[in-house]
Design a protein around this ligand. Structure first.
Ligand SMILES: Nc1ncnc2c1ncn2[C@@H]1O[C@H](COP(=O)(O)OP(=O)(O)OP(=O)(O)O)[C@@H](O)[C@H]1O
Ligand SMILES: [Mg+2]
Length: 247
């Protein structure tokens, strides 16, 4: 059922790396709501703060100022132990470089976070995820025996296996050819449409962004624009306009 509740939220979120002369303001008082059950894309030039924003929203990185919530929980107020638990139970992360364990099979990689947490997988959900990513006949293969697209689908399945409140994906198709990329994007889209999953994805590719419901545009650590129901052409036009404005 669609809902308008935020799956994650930040107010006046700032992130400053370093100090003195080498200080970098990666995020500059960002206010953002990530709607539950929707697919949000984050775009912007290299260094604009996209990865930093996702890491801060996911509780993977400390923040310098402001507040971050995952669901109803304010992340900044948590003890290390509570934060670890929140990340484990509520957050899935897909990295550009797959980050699979080479010695484990596809299935073992998918269930690894659950195994570490000492949780039994919900078998029915696991089956749904495996069938949706189309990996049923590859479950005993190790990462080196899988194509790039298949490896990234394993990483997506791993992120979804615990039914997290929110899945963050940082350029999940950055290392894939267009066909494998389309497979991964199709899967992410289906997980939103069919299971009400909440997804936030960083991408440089207007075609990838067009799979999302909403695109946020970042520049110099601020959200400078957003677009609903994006098409690749409209995203490309908007990016060109930004580039012209920046000179
Ligand atoms: N650990 C760090 N220490 C110091 N500065 C950092 C650190 N991580 C990121 N930065 C700086 O913060 C800014 C934002 O970086 P971030 O990685 O969020 O950019 P991005 O938008 O994801 O870029 P890309 O598209 O290249 O991945 C950059 O100027 C970067 O150099
Ligand atoms: Mg990045």
């Amino acid at each position: 059922m669609p809902t308008t509740t935020a799956a994650a939220r930040a107010t006046a979120l700032s992130k400053i790396y370093g100090s003195g002369d080498t200080q970098v303001t990666a995020l500059d008082a960002v206010d953002v709501d990530i709607e539950a059950g929707r697919f949000t894309a984050i775009m912007g030039p290299s260094g604009s703060g996209k990865s930093t924003l996702m890491h801060c929203l996911a509780g993977l990185d400390s923040i310098s100022a402001g507040q971050v919530w995952i669901g109803e929980t304010e992340v900044s107020g948590l003890s290390d132990k509570a934060l670890t638990q929140l990340r484990r139970d509520s957050v899935g992360f897909v990295f550009q470089a797959f980050n699979l364990i080479p010695t484990l099979t596809a299935l073992e990689n998918i269930t690894l976070p659950l195994d570490i947490a000492g949780r039994k997988p919900d078998q029915q959900w696991l089956d749904t995820v495996i069938d949706t990513v189309g990996l049923r006949d590859r479950l005993t293969h190790r990462p080196s025996e899988l194509s790039g697209g298949q490896q990234q689908r394993v990483a997506c399945a791993r992120a979804l296996a615990s039914r997290p409140t929110i899945v963050f994906a940082d350029e999940p198709t950055g290392n894939l050819d267009s066909r494998s990329g389309a497979e991964v994007l199709g899967f992410l889209r289906r997980s939103v449409d069919e299971f009400g999953q909440t997804i936030v994805m960083v991408t440089h590719d207007p075609g990838a962004a067009s799979y999302a419901d909403r695109v946020l545009f970042l520049a110099d650590g601020r959200i400078v624009d957003e677009m609903a129901d994006p098409s690749a052409d409209r995203v490309l036009e908007r990016m060109k306009a930004f580039e012209q404005a920046r000179g």
